[in-house]
Write a protein that binds this ligand. Structure first.
Ligand SMILES: C[S@@+](CC[C@H](N)C(=O)[O-])C[C@H]1O[C@@H](n2cnc3c(N)ncnc32)[C@H](O)[C@@H]1O
Length: 114
């Protein structure tokens, strides 16, 4: 059970702002109909990009720091595994992902199962 204070709460809505690896372990198993996740893409590799005509850093923060393909998969497997525990048997999980990252990644690895 999640015992910490909610970030925001009203009758039928609760918002938690915390580490997913902590929170998911505190939630009741098989209790969610749907999970939507927009996890880090780990693209912050000190590169640069063009935004509104200006050269800017691609770095977003520590949470997005570039990881190897294997480390990305390890991270994704960990949280998806926790999601499956709290998802109902007929539940659905939606994951926001840049699929090209998997088809054309830097090491030439094509699609990988996570
Ligand atoms: C791709 S961004 C999602 C942005 C979001 N869709 C939005 O519009 O604000 C990934 C988010 O995951 C969060 N994040 C990274 N690691 C996390 C963790 N272990 N637990 C919870 N959130 C995490 C980051 O802070 C970041 O806001």
């Amino acid at each position: 059970m999640y015992l910490k204070k909610y970030y925001f709460e009203e009758e039928k809505f609760k918002l938690i702002n915390n580490d997913t690896f902590y929170v998911l372990k505190k939630l009741e198993e098989k209790s969610f109909d749907m999970i939507f996740a927009d996890p880090p893409y780990f693209l912050s590799d000190n590169g640069i990009t063009c935004r509104c005509g200006k050269m800017v850093s691609v770095n977003k923060g520590k949470w997005d720091k570039y990881l190897s393909v294997e480390d990305k998969h390890r991270f994704n497997r960990r949280w998806i595994h926790e999601c499956y525990k709290v998802l109902k048997d007929n539940g659905t999980i939606w994951i926001s992902r840049n699929i090209t990252q998997y088809i054309f990644n830097r090491n030439g690895i094509r699609r990988r199962r996570i």
